[in-house]
Design a binder for this molecule. Structure first.
Ligand code: NAD
Length: 469
């Protein structure tokens, strides 16, 4: 059992202003795995005051001081990487190989990428008679979701520190453990008091107190569209900057060529990773209508081959994060059936042999782009395959979405893939499994307005000043 009852404020572990606790449930066993404290606005006031005091010096720190701190954090992170991965597995149910693999790799990748960027970053630039300075925006509220906890916290903390900002992290209530360990890592690395603060609690309380706070300069939020809209409204009265990283319904276009079946299988497996709980997951698989039978065979085989079970065991997929997410996903599967989508793998209920834990069957439908299951973010292992007539039609279907976070193109000819990618109205398009820590990440349309990762992530935390003459 984990008992994380203190908050990290002003360089110390402190009790909440008013004692209140909540249990944390292990999604694989449905058993209580620990307890956290739930904060109140008084805790937020205290943390914001500490961050404001610390900004006076950290905001003026040298690049060398910031590099030294990021290097020290990375060193502490590496010492506790396994522990972080185990915490991710326990809190949100990712298989241990994933929790201690890609989950923690993403976290350390953001710190090492921020270091690389910081060493080259130009905070000042002379343009004619004008000196352009990029200055830290100030005190930042960082609000994060549960689905890739280490990715989402580190992708904010690393560039915010590098930019010279101070911050208050509000981790997700469902997955609070890894953030607690991360706060210990920042403490052990010698982060100056008040530069980084962490308060656990409810979004409607702590998140709201940060969004409305007079002395918070910026909110960086990753989460659902609904909460993102609310935060923007809450932040409007104090005219603070709001960076939003929201949901998606990304299209994965498989081109008509010799690698077709393998690419369909790869896209299907990709969708099931992290139990489908990835904002940029390719949840609409677009295939040539003329090759639908082949696509169905390849996708069904791939989905049926995804093993589901105890995240501590040797399975490819664990549970989804909570009972409520499980129920939402079941409702969507029922909707798919009701609106006449053809079920080719998975379906309602838990996988055979699993009667405890929030396990969902890897599910694949064949449908059309106007169906609810093709329009709304399900955030579970549910894929819908849609047929296209030609490449123009594929691009049209891909762009016919309220969201614009990610896109994927698979095909033998990389130039052809890139030509299709250029026509997709999304913040990123991955071609044949490409991956780059320096590539900006963020959404068009209802997927948000921010850009994180690499150098673009720095700009989220910087103001631009012109000194003329
Ligand atoms: P959520 O919006 O419910 O919660 C996200 C965070 O916001 C949590 O810490 C929560 O406590 C807090 N929150 C809730 N209400 C709040 C309020 N009124 N004011 C301030 N904060 C509040 O999202 P979730 O269920 O934790 O995560 C899943 C969602 O996140 C999905 O929609 C997914 O697509 C999205 N997501 C987006 C990205 C991206 O980079 N675009 C990445 C991962 C997840």
């Amino acid at each position: 059992m984990r008992n994380y009852l203190k908050f990290y404020i002003d360089g110390q572990w402190v009790d909440p202003a008013t004692p209140k606790t909540a249990e944390v449930v292990n999604p694989a066993t449905e058993a209580v795995s620990g307890t956290i404290s739930l904060g109140s606005p008084a805790d937020v006031d205290k943390a914001v005051a500490a961050a404001r005091r610390a900004f006076a010096t950290w905001g003026e720190s040298s690049v060398k001081e910031r590099i030294d701190l990021l290097e020290a954090i990375l060193a502490e992170y590496l010492k506790r990487e396994r522990e972080l991965g185990e915490a991710v597995t326990e809190e949100m149910g990712a298989p241990l190989s994933l929790g201690c693999g890609f989950h923690t790799l993403l976290g350390k990748g953001h710190f090492s990428t921020a270091l690389e960027v910081l060493k080259e970053f130009k905070f000042e630039e002379q343009r004619g008679a004008t000196l352009i300075r990029k200055e830290p925006i100030g005190v930042c509220g960082l609000i994060t979701p549960w689905n890739w906890p280490m990715n989402q916290t580190c992708v904010k903390i690393a560039p915010a520190l590098a930019a010279g900002c101070t911050m208050i992290l509000k981790p997700p209530q469902l997955a609070p453990y890894s953030a607690q360990i991360l706060a210990e890592i920042l403490h052990d690395a010698g982060t100056p008091a008040g530069v980084f603060n962490m308060i656990q609690g409810q979004g409607s309380v702590i998140g709201n107190a940060l969004s409305t706070h007079e002395d918070v300069d910026m909110i960086s939020f990753t989460g659902s569209e609904q909460v993102g809209v609310q935060i923007q409204k809450d932040a409007a009265d104090t005219v603070k900057r709001v960076g939003l990283e929201l949901g998606g319904k990304s299209a994965w276009i498989v081109l008509d060529d010799g690698a077709f079946a393998a690419n369909v299988a790869g896209a299907t497996g990709g969708m099931m990773g992290n139990s489908g709980q990835t904002c940029s997951a390719g949840s609409r698989l677009l295939v040539p209508a003329a090759r639908m039978d082949e696509a169905i065979a390849a996708a069904a085989e791939a989905a049926n081959g995804v093993t589901v079970g105890d995240p501590q065991g040797n399975f490819a997929m664990g549970p989804v994060v909570s009972k409520s997410q499980y129920n939402i996903i079941q409702d969507y599967i029922q909707k798919g059936l009701d609106e006449g989508a053809k079920l080719i793998a998975g379906g309602l209920g838990r996988p055979e042999g699993l009667d405890k834990g929030w396990f969902v069957k890897p599910t694949v439908f064949v449908g059309t782009n106007d169906m609810v299951i093709a329009r709304e973010e399900i955030f579970g292992p549910v894929l819908v395959i849609i047929g296209y007539e030609n490449e123009d039609d594929a691009v049209r279907i891909a762009n016919d979405s309220d969201f614009g976070l990610g896109g994927y193109v698979s095909g033998e000819d990389a130039d052809k893939c890139r030509a299709v990618a250029k026509r997709m109205r999304t913040g990123a398009v991955w071609i044949n499994g490409g991956f780059d820590f320096h590539a900006p990440f963020g959404g068009y349309k209802r997927s948000g307005n921010g850009r994180e990762w690499g150098e673009y992530g720095f700009h989220e935390y910087l103001e631009i000043k012109a000194i003329i003459g």
